[in-house]
Design a protein around this ligand. Structure first.
Ligand code: ATP
Length: 198
């Protein structure tokens, strides 16, 4: 079974596109959602976080103290790198467990991750898709979806590779703009991935 990575800048529409793949029966691993879940379930990760950021990283009931972690990593790149170095391998482990349980007859699965290229996770996928969208459209979509300001969206964008950097590493591109049909682009790739496994 092929492993296909899919990513895109904030608000590019990668989750929306994954939902289209799901309607075709393609299993999708949402790495960012799983990353949040395993912060309170993966014992190796929990211990690593406590050792690195202190006991107050967790409340007594086991819930993550988001505020404590955010305060430390917010303006400290080296602390953020340390957090990523703990979380990324844990997400890889979770992906491998998830992938191993999939029915073997399926041609491919998708791994959706905002930082697919930045984390190096794309290297573990057979092929990688980049979802692109015009800058102004991404800002409009995210400000509306998350009820945040344009400045907040720009701040989040500044932490990600640019599309130009990502395009060098991607095998395929889906253009999520107002001129191209995302359904037709998804169907085309779906067919290509099936052909590859024949
Ligand atoms: P993030 O990285 O912030 O999680 P994302 O890349 O996963 O974002 P989505 O959540 O899929 O992006 O899309 C952002 C917003 O834009 C959502 O509210 C979604 O419904 C909307 N959207 C995305 N693509 C389209 C489209 N082709 N037509 C209409 N709305 C869209």
């Amino acid at each position: 079974m092929l492993k296909i990575g899919i990513t895109g800048g904030i608000g590019s529409g990668k989750t929306t596109i994954c939902k289209v793949f799901e309607t075709l029966g393609v299993p999708v691993f949402y790495a960012d959602t799983v990353a949040k879940q395993i912060m309170t379930t993966d014992s190796i990760l929990i211990q690593g976080i406590k050792d690195t950021f202190g006991k107050p990283s967790y409340f007594e009931d086991g819930a993550l103290n988001n505020k404590h972690i955010a305060n430390i990593v917010f303006n400290d790149q080296s602390a953020l790198n340390k957090l990523n170095a703990l979380v990324h391998p844990a997400v890889f482990r979770a992906f491998d467990e998830w992938d191993a349980k999939l029915p073997k007859h399926l041609p491919y699965s998708l791994k959706e991750a905002a930082l697919l290229f930045e984390s190096g996770s794309y290297e573990m996928c057979d092929k990688n898709i980049l979802v692109t969208s015009p800058h102004a459209l991404k800002i409009a979509r995210v400000t509306q979806r998350d009820k945040v300001s344009e400045e907040q969206v720009l701040a989040r964008m500044s932490k990600q590779f640019t599309d130009k950097q990502k395009l060098k590493l991607a095998d395929y591109m889906i253009e999520n703009n107002e001129n191209n049909s995302i359904i037709l682009q998804v169907l085309d790739l779906h067919q290509q991935f099936i052909e590859m496994t024949k």
